[in-house]
Each structure stands twice: as structure tokens, then as C-alpha cells.
Design a protein around this ligand. Structure first.
Ligand code: DAH
Length: 357
């Protein structure tokens, strides 16, 4: 009995996998197993012999069964450990360049303009795309009856029946971030706010979602001359060509006084969009000296602080700089277009290293 026990427990301990365990089980306690055969011999024994051998064989069978079960569980744990080791993945490793995706021209333009404005001391502020009526309009000196509201082609969010608050809107411009940033930071302040905006409009140079970058600079001694210098300096750096021609046009915005729009000289000849030549002008931004009511809405004293603001169309900048004639293609997600106009995702634009090389 002791020999049998030593033999099978030893084999179980040495078994390498579940298949080996199963053959040991068959050899020992299967129908024709060694121990099962011994149990069949019990019938031929004397009652006295049987009284000793019977319980001993049963105990041995139980012992082998539990040794098998324990080993099986251990093998299962080891197999799981092995699998976990094999499938381990270090998600902190850098991506491989092969089959890398590319940066969308809007993202690229956003990175470039952020680098330029950062160099001029502007930091980045952000706000929500679903905006309240107050931030998107009232705080920017656009009260409920103002015609500018109708001109904006605003997308309104749903309000439950009985809720009489004005509906929230998909922000029609990045200007509300001016108010949020003034509230959060106070003055003096120098920020840009890049991000998506929405208007119900669709043609070659308009899509229902597009991108703007808002700029705001408030201090005790800021004038329109500073605004003009910042915008000219920005355009020269962004387009990376010296003969960028800008046209400042007197304009009107409720949130600035005085206001100016800026167009850039370009050509559409032969269906190709080119900058720095031609007889066409493309409007790229609105700007002006921030209206005192807007400064007050941001919680800042307009008697002490003044400054300028601007809103630039990022998609327009990308179209002009990279010669992409149709804005609608920007948002078609056509892989061929994305590969053609995309930028290497690991090249970070800097003023020193080059913006778009
Ligand atoms: N919010 C204006 C728009 O979407 C753009 C703009 C104009 C922003 C003048 C400004 C500004 O900050 O001063 O058309």
C-alpha cells in the first residue's frame, strides 16, 4: 500500500500538465487502474483481511483524488501566470513610426499658432463647446434683441417643456472664453483660446463646425497699435513668407470699439488657393479694442484696464497656408486626403526649429 501511495503521489507531483495528470488518474484509479483492480480483489479476501485492506484502499483512493485536484489547480494557476506574462504590454512605450497616423492640418495650424502666441507671452485658456446664452451673447454685449444674434446662424440646444431659461447654444465663436478667462484670472491677462465653434452654414469656405482662436490682452496701457503689431507679427510668423499682405478694414462688433476686420491677399486662379499673390482677399479675423461692458462682464474694472481682442479662423489659416481650396474636405475623413495633407505626428512646431517643416 505504501509503495502504491509513494509511486502515484510522486508521479502527480512531477506531472507537467493536465494531460499527464489524466493518464496518472487512469493508471491509478480509472476503471482498469491499479488501485481499482486491487479493490476488486477485496471479494476474494477473508473477512479479516478485507476489514484492513478495504478502508486502506479507500483512503488511498481519496488521497490520490485530492492530490490530483490540488495539482490540477496549481497547474491552472501556473498556466494563467504564464499567459499573463506572455500577454503583458507596456503601454508607456513610445509608438512605432511605421504606420503612424498624421496630424490634421487644423491640429497642425493650432500647434503652430500656439507656438507663435506663446512666444509673445500668451497662455492657452479653454471653455465648453455647449455654452450658455449669457456667455455666448449677453456678456459679450449682444443682448436678446441684437441683430448680431440673428446673423450668427446659431444652433440651439433642447430645453425641457416648462423650463423657461434661454436655451444653451453650441458656441458660435470662441469669444465667450474671454469672459470665462477674465472671471478665472482677473487682469492683467494675455490669453489665446483655440477651439471648435458651430454655425449653420455650408459652402466652399464654411462648414457647420469650424475652429477659431480667440485672443485677449488686457493691461493698463494697451492700445490699438499693440493689436496691429501683434496681428502683423503673427501673420508673418505663421505664413513663413515675408510678403504677406494684410488689409485692416474698419468694421463693427458688439464686443469691441473700435473694431477692425483683417483680410489677407490671395489668389484663387485656376481653382488653386495661393497666398501672397493675386487680386482676391480672404477674411481671416475680427478684432478690436474690448468694449468696456465686456470687461465689466468679466468682473474687471474697465476704468483701470483696457486692451484688445481678436478672433481668427484657424481653418481659414490652414487653407491659405497649405493651399487647400475646399474647407468641406477638412471634415470628410477621407484617408487619401488625410495622408496627403497630414503632418508627421511627432514633429512639434517651434519658432526656432521651424513651424511646418
Ligand atoms: N467673435 C467674432 C466672430 O466669431 C470674431 C471676433 C471679432 C472676435 C472681434 C474678437 C473680436 O475677439 O475682437 O465672428
Amino acid at each position: 500500500m505504501d509503495d502504491l501511495k509513494g509511486k502515484y503521489l510522486g508521479q502527480i507531483a512531477d506531472a507537467a500538465d493536465e494531460t499527464a495528470l489524466e493518464s496518472i488518474r487512469l493508471a491509478a484509479i480509472g476503471k482498469k487502474g491499479e488501485i481499482s483492480l486491487k479493490m476488486r480483489e477485496l471479494g476474494r479476501m477473508t473477512p479479516e483481511e478485507r476489514q484492513v485492506a478495504g478502508p486502506a484502499l479507500n483512503a488511498l483512493k481519496d488521497e490520490i483524488n485530492s492530490a490530483l485536484a490540488a495539482k490540477k489547480a496549481a497547474l491552472g494557476d501556473a498556466a494563467l501566470d504564464e499567459r499573463l506574462r506572455g500577454e503583458w504590454l507596456d503601454v508607456t512605450l513610445p509608438s512605432r513610426p511605421r504606420r503612424a497616423g498624421t496630424l490634421h492640418p487644423v491640429s497642425q495650424a493650432g500647434e503652430e499658432l500656439t507656438a507663435i502666441f506663446a512666444d509673445m507671452g500668451f497662455s492657452v485658456a479653454e471653455g465648453p463647446r455647449i455654452e450658455t446664452d449669457w456667455y455666448n451673447f449677453d456678456a459679450l454685449n449682444i443682448p436678446g434683441h441684437h441683430p448680431a444674434r440673428a446673423e450668427m446662424d446659431t444652433f440651439y440646444m433642447h430645453r425641457a417643456a416648462g423650463d423657461n431659461r434661454p436655451p444653451n447654444v453650441l458656441r458660435t465663436h470662441t469669444s465667450p472664453v474671454q469672459i470665462r478667462a477674465m472671471e478665472a484670472q482677473g487682469a492683467p491677462i494675455r490669453i489665446i483660446c483655440p477651439g471648435g465653434v458651430y454655425r449653420a452654414d455650408y459652402d466652399q469656405t464654411h462648414t457647420p463646425m469650424f475652429h477659431q482662436v480667440e485672443g485677449l490682452a488686457l493691461d493698463t496701457d494697451i492700445s490699438m497699435a499693440n493689436l496691429k503689431w501683434v496681428l502683423e507679427e503673427f501673420c508673418r510668423a505663421f505664413f513663413e513668407i515675408d510678403d504677406v499682405e494684410l488689409r485692416f478694414r474698419a468694421s463693427h462688433f458688439p464686443f469691441t470699439e473700435p473694431s477692425a476686420e483683417v483680410d489677407i491677399r490671395c489668389s484663387w486662379a485656376g481653382g488653386a488657393l495661393r497666398i501672397g499673390e493675386g487680386d482676391d482677399w480672404m477674411e481671416i479675423l475680427g478684432s478690436g479694442m474690448v468694449h468696456p461692458s465686456v470687461i465689466a462682464a468679466g468682473g474687471i474694472d474697465p476704468e483701470v484696464y483696457q486692451g484688445f481682442a481678436f478672433g481668427i479662423g484657424i481653418d481659414r489659416l490652414a487653407m491659405l497656408k497649405y493651399g487647400i481650396p475646399d474647407l468641406r474636405a477638412f471634415f470628410d475623413s477621407d484617408l487619401r486626403w488625410l495622408r496627403h495633407y497630414g503632418f508627421a505626428s511627432l514633429d512639434v512646431p517651434t519658432l526656432r526649429g521651424g513651424l511646418s517643416r
